[in-house]
Design a protein around this ligand. Structure first.
Ligand SMILES: [Zn+2]
Length: 309
């Protein structure tokens, strides 16, 4: 319901204002806070190289007072529980699950096959329990490893485990149509058609930034669609500098604001960010731009409260 009113009543005017529209359009500052697009910085924390990266990332977030959601695998947290607890106990941050050990919960055409039923249960339930024990607060969300182009639609076994574990949201729609990049600016929806109206999908957007930098060593690959739904978001080659990466990011931020989307959140990996940009300049450029566009910074937990009551 919110989505309809946001789009119909605010979206067009907001878009015009964001791109310096005609006189008489309402300024972004005049719009009710709840009507402006949320900007969510989020990180998939999944390997040993993520810990030093998160130290720098957290420093940037604290300095700029920018909230974030950190998804983490249980194994990564287990290996350095005290360090992560110290880094993320700040109320600026949400900590959520990135599965137990990064195994696939369903098939992904580019990344591999789903694991067994027993393994799915461990991936979904065990990480949530560990996060809640370490951080002493509820773990509301699950971001499955690699994500899927249809989210968890039709994955009855996975959704049953999501319900059993008690998650309030998943962030699993992380690819464009036909397993393409980038992930489009999809809006939140709930899994009522799969019998789980209380569980919401809160999609991620844009590129898995490691692919933009060839950090997975995939080289040239069939990643984009033709015709492309967002040709302006497809760079001519791998990005080379933090500024290059920001120029891709800004396409998604600006389009989300122009089209009145409830949120935009790019898919980032601490290990890959650190290898490419040790100073985390891209973060500063992106956060400054989100603020310049009048977006509301927040976490996925904030978005979940807004969409689902
Ligand atoms: Zn991951």
């Amino acid at each position: 319901m919110q989505r309809v009113s946001r789009r119909e009543l605010i979206g067009v005017a907001l878009g015009a204002a964001a791109v310096g529209g005609a006189a008489g359009e309402p300024a972004r500052e005049d719009l009710a806070p709840g009507k402006r697009t949320r900007y969510i910085a989020a990180y998939d924390t999944e390997s040993p190289g993520c810990l030093p990266a998160c130290r720098t990332i957290v420093e940037v977030h604290r300095r700029l007072q920018m909230p974030a959601t950190f998804f983490i695998t249980g194994r990564t947290l287990e290996a350095h529980a005290q360090e992560y607890k110290e880094l993320w106990s700040d109320p600026l941050f949400e900590v959520a699950s990135h599965t137990w050990s990064h195994k696939l919960l369903r098939d992904n055409a580019l990344c591999g096959r789903a694991v067994s039923a027993d393994e799915k249960k461990e991936e979904i339930c065990k990480s949530k329990e560990l996060i809640e024990r370490i951080f002493e607060r509820p773990c509301l969300g699950l971001r499955p490893a690699v994500g899927f182009d249809t989210g968890l639609k039709g994955a009855a076994d996975v959704l049953a485990l999501v319900r059993e574990a008690g998650y309030q949201y998943v962030s699993s729609l992380l690819w464009g149509p036909d397993c393409s990049m980038p992930a489009l600016l999809e809006e939140p929806f709930h899994y009522g058609t799969d019998g789980l109206a209380e569980v919401w999908e809160l999609p991620g957007h844009g590129w898995h930034e490691n692919l933009l930098k060839n950090h997975n060593r995939w080289g040239s690959r069939r990643l984009t669609l033709w015709p492309a739904p967002m040709p302006e978001a497809i760079p001519a080659g791998f990005v080379k500098t933090p500024q290059d990466e920001f120029e891709v990011n800004r396409v998604f931020l600006e389009k989300a604001v122009e089209t009145g989307k409830p949120h935009v959140s790019l898919i980032w990996h601490p290990w890959s960010l650190l290898a490419f940009d040790p100073q985390m300049k891209m973060l500063e450029l992106t956060f400054a731009h989100a603020r310049r566009l009048g977006m509301r910074p927040g976490t996925y937990a904030d978005l979940r409260r807004e969409v689902g009551g």
